[in-house]
Design a protein around this ligand. Structure first.
Ligand code: SAH
Ligand code: SF4
Length: 363
């Protein structure tokens, strides 16, 4: 019988142990192979020298190591590097690496498109195409480590991962959690929970599941301080309104690796950037231990919104600061960790369409 090879990048360590057991192999073999796959980036079973020859031969027949294929690879002047990855059927997603002095952050996508349709988000405007597989999610980190190489000391350059690329990670829960487990596993990437962040628009039951199954650092896309406005900007709010969302944040904090939630807040001119809005955010910060990350809106064609003027963003941030609340503002250039992620959603649609067209044209 000719069965399709199994992509081993789809498995976290427990699943790989189970799969090896089904092949009659011991757990330590699975862990050995896991290290080859993720730590060495090895795709050739034949090269896994500490694995028995017969097993290597068998793996070559029934398994494979297949990360997504990059369609483009661009480095900006500030060192930010962006890859567009082909995920089949004309779909593409973007992965961004943002180097900084003491850390390197990889912004990872979880879905091709997104069903949640936030009013200011170009990914949402694309509609939902499909969930990425665990291999496609962890494959972004796998590829980045390969393509970036180590630094001068042979250290890995990706020190932090943020699930802030295309898609809503908690709407693709199982595959995202498999990928998160690999990020944390010492046999794979060995990142600490504090250095892995999931950003969600606020799917409350999935936030509880994440807390129970794989608590990593949490960012929540707040964007509005009252339900009437949030219903309009982040439509999932009609299902899980602010009161429920804030309660879920507090439940999450019981197990979170950090003692605060990061609230992302896109600054939309004349929509959510008044002094009253800032004071409402102060009130929210009295209920939930948090930091605010103010993101200047990244415009895209056809969007009805404008970015708040810099002076208004400064004023807004200072109201929060005067109340003793930590608020950072993302730079709009790609030279700080958060910038590229804030811009990502705004840039993907055009690029994706253009590239998909290119791909189709060359067929
Ligand atoms: N779906 C998840 C994560 C991906 S989006 C979420 O919504 O949290 C990462 C961040 O970029 C989110 O806070 C999102 O609201 C924000 N964002 C989306 N479109 C944007 C735009 N055009 N300008 C600035 N930030 C944007
Ligand atoms: Fe989806 Fe996040 Fe964009 Fe909302 S902001 S449409 S949840 S990717």
């Amino acid at each position: 019988m000719n069965t399709k090879p199994v992509n081993l990048l789809d498995y976290d360590v427990d699943a790989l142990v189970d799969w090896f057991a089904a092949q009659g192999e011991k757990p330590f073999r699975a862990r050995q192979v896991m290290r080859w796959l993720h730590r060495e980036g090895c795709t050739d079973f034949g090269a896994m020298t500490n694995v028995a020859k017969s097993l290597r031969a068998r793996l070559s027949e029934i398994a494979c190591v297949t990360p997504p294929t990059p369609i483009s690879d661009k480095v900006s002047s500030d060192g930010t590097r962006k890859w567009l990855l082909d995920v089949g059927s004309g779909n593409a997603v973007e992965t961004v690496f943002i180097p900084e002095v003491r850390r390197g952050t990889l912004c990872v996508s979880s879905q091709a498109g997104c069903a949640l349709d936030c009013a200011f988000c170009s990914t949402g405007k694309q509609g939902f195409n499909r969930n990425l597989s665990a291999a496609e999610i962890i494959g972004q980190l796998w590829l980045a480590n390969r393509l970036l190489g180590g630094d001068a000391d042979g250290e890995r350059v990706v020190s932090n991962v943020v699930m802030m690329g295309m898609g809503e990670p908690l709407a693709n829960f199982d595959n995202v959690v498999t990928a998160l487990r690999l990020m944390l596993d010492d046999h794979a990437y060995g990142l600490s929970r504090r250095r892995v962040t999931v950003s969600t628009s606020g799917i409350v039951p999935a936030m509880d599941r994440l807390r129970d199954e794989c608590p990593v650092a949490l960012a929540v896309s707040l964007h509005a301080a009252n339900d009437a406005l949030r219903d309009r900007l982040v439509p999932i709010n009609t299902k899980y309104p602010l009161k429920d969302l804030l309660a879920a944040c507090n439940r999450y904090l019981d197990r979170a690796p950090r003692d605060f939630v990061t609230f992302e807040y896109v600054m939309l001119d004349g929509v959510n950037d008044s002094e009253r809005d800032a004071r409402d955010l102060v009130a929210i910060a009295r209920e939930v231990s948090c930091k605010y990350n103010l993101i200047p809106f990244n415009p895209f064609p056809g969007s009805p919104f404008r970015r708040s003027p810099a002076e208004r963003i400064r004023r807004f941030a200072s109201i929060l600061a005067e109340a003793g609340i930590v608020a950072t503002t993302r730079k709009t250039r790609g030279d700080d960790v958060d910038a590229a992620c804030g811009q990502l959603a705004g840039k993907v649609l055009d690029k994706t369409r253009r590239t998909v067209r290119l791909v189709e044209d060359t067929r």
